[in-house]
Design a protein around this ligand. Structure first.
Ligand SMILES: C[C@H](N)C(=O)N[C@@H](Cc1c[nH]cn1)C(=O)O
Ligand SMILES: [Zn+2]
Ligand SMILES: [Zn+2]
Length: 520
């Protein structure tokens, strides 16, 4: 029932950017995949204890990786991002991966402080090239969000803390996405050390720019579609999270993300507010008024024309949301507050997954430190992003945003100047959750966790997902490792050890079930 509802929903999506793949419900493929379970049990009986046994070594690799502050959004840390790429490549080499390449992507496009800044490399590697096996491409990102002790971390963000009491691994990247990325390496190691043949050929595509919009990656995929990536049957991404804290999920949708900056410029340099305050127009005063006009305190976007682009909710879709196991309490728990804008589960999930949202992130150039600096900043840039959903069009959205900011500024009658620009955009994605890959991952979840996974969409974005699907003409599965309360992008980011270890087993089991599928 649920299967047919979602299938119809996917097929009814209007946007040409939403993949309309061949939808299979309870197909012969999924029947064959479930039938493979008994014959795979001896494999899992050898593989899973090996994963348990290697836990200390797996944590050690993660510890070394987390120690490298690979923040893609901080230009000064670019050498660290490259260092982490090399660390991962060295691990791949020691595991017997071949054809390891650090693919350069050229210089970073504007806005950028250093116009010669090189984008971090994409780590490509392969394990096995048996024409009789299917080929699975695994994608992950080794870059991370910024983090500093001052933000409120209890421990150093770039030191992995193994918390024996909570049984958690704490550190930036533990769940997003260094933990899951290294998980794929551990799958290979466990197979090697248990003497089990990897059932598929594995290709890696690990990038260092995901947190900054995956700049340059789409062009690489386009170039390599008939080269390095030729023959890829399926793409699997482990870079999101369970909805809650108890139940594993498989994810069939993502919101997109258009990231903007609106800059207001005035005087040539920062000025003394005692000397110039009251007699010149202050850029920061203009900017806060523009930012205040983007979204209201109820989360309603105030830019005209956006709501009209959003695909309407159907009754059938509504039924899907009613069935999902989630509550406002879980949102409060994950947020650590009682500040939710909606009470009903359906409203919360729809506003997380299938409606756009606008978030204001910060102001570059403004005074942000401790104390009481009496400055008039000369140029300030407000950063905000809009999470996009079917059927929003990125270019049309950008025009609406720029026009809105220009009109808001014009109303201020300010002698300053304003400039609004798109920093990066990444597409939304919705898939068929009943294809061979999802069936394989469902069986794997049953074997590892003993339950059927929930099928979820994700409020966050993985900008490259749709490009993989379209350019490699293959299906993509999102197979999350961590929980909804992991604190990705926040302070004290963590990954439960049980999620790390079971996540590695899940990845391994998924590869075996997918290999057993008669379809791609
Ligand atoms: C879901 C994924 N782990 C993630 O955190 N993605 C980022 C991607 C992004 C897009 N623009 C900037 N970063 C996110 O959803 O914020
Ligand atoms: Zn991520
Ligand atoms: Zn992230």
């Amino acid at each position: 029932m649920l299967a047919s509802l979602i299938s119809k929903l996917v097929l009814s999506a209007k946007s040409p950017r939403v993949p309309v793949s061949t939808v299979s419900t309870m197909s012969t493929a999924s029947a064959a995949i479930s039938a493979a379970a008994p014959s795979l049990q001896p494999v899992f009986d050898k593989l899973f204890p090996k994963v348990d046994e290697l836990q200390p070594q797996f944590i050690d690799v993660l510890k070394h990786a987390v120690e490298i502050p690979a923040v893609s959004g901080d230009e000064t840390l670019r050498p660290q991002v490259v260092k982490k790429a090399r660390y991962i490549a060295s691990q791949l080499e020691s595991l017997g991966f071949t054809d390891i390449q650090l693919k350069e992507l050229g210089t970073q496009p504007p806005p950028v402080v250093d116009p010669t800044l090189q984008l971090p490399p994409v780590v490509l590697a392969r394990y096995g090239s048996d024409p009789a096996k299917k080929t699975v491409l695994v994608y992950g990102h080794y870059d991370v969000q910024p983090a500093s002790r001052d933000d409120g971390w209890d421990t150093e963000p770039f030191e992995l803390v193994v918390d024996e009491q909570t049984q958690q691994l704490r550190g930036r990247g533990s769940t997003d996405d260094t933990g899951p990325l290294t998980g794929w390496l551990h799958v290979v190691r466990a197979h090697r050390e248990a003497g089990i043949d990897l059932p598929v050929n594995l290709l890696t595509c690990f990038e260092g720019m995901e947190e900054s919009g995956s700049l340059g990656l789409e062009q690489l995929i386009e170039r390599e579609a008939t080269g390095y990536f030729a023959g890829v049957d399926a793409v699997c991404i482990s870079d999101n999270y369970w909805l809650g804290t108890r139940k594993p999920v498989l994810t069939y949708g993502l919101r997109g993300c258009n990231y903007y900056q609106v800059s207001v410029s005035g005087p040539k340099a920062d000025l003394h507010s005692g000397v110039f305050g009251g007699i010149i127009a202050e850029p920061m005063v203009d900017l806060v008024q523009i930012l205040a006009g983007l979204v209201d305190s109820q989360g309603r976007i105030l830019i005209k024309g956006i709501d009209e682009m959003v695909a309407p909710v159907t009754e059938k879709e509504r039924a899907i949301y009613e069935k999902i196991d989630f509550s406002r309490d879980e949102l409060d728990e994950a947020a650590g507050s009682h500040t939710a804008l909606y009470d009903r589960k359906e409203d919360i999930l729809m506003h997380r997954w299938r409606y756009p949202s606008l978030s204001v992130h910060g102001v570059e150039g403004a005074f942000a430190g401790m104390g009481a600096k009496t400055v008039i900043p000369a140029r300030v840039s407000g950063k905000f992003s809009i999470r996009t959903v079917p059927d929003m069009d990125s270019e049309k959205l950008t025009k609406l945003v720029v026009d809105h900011c220009n009109a808001a500024f014009a109303k201020l009658n300010s002698p300053n100047t304003v400039h609004t620009e798109l920093i990066h955009d990444g597409a939304y994605w919705v898939s068929d959750p009943y294809n061979a890959q999802f069936s394989a991952a469902t069986e794997a979840t049953k074997v590892v966790y003993g339950v059927e996974p929930d099928l979820t969409r994700e409020g966050g974005s993985i900008p490259i997902t749709l490009a993989f699907e379209q350019l490699l003409k293959t299906s993509v599965l999102l197979l999350p490792m961590g929980r909804g309360d992991d604190g990705a992008h926040s302070v004290n980011e963590k990954l439960d050890i049980s999620n790390f270890i079971n996540g590695i087993k899940l990845m391994g089991a998924y590869l075996h079930f997918y290999a057993a599928s008669p379809e791609n």
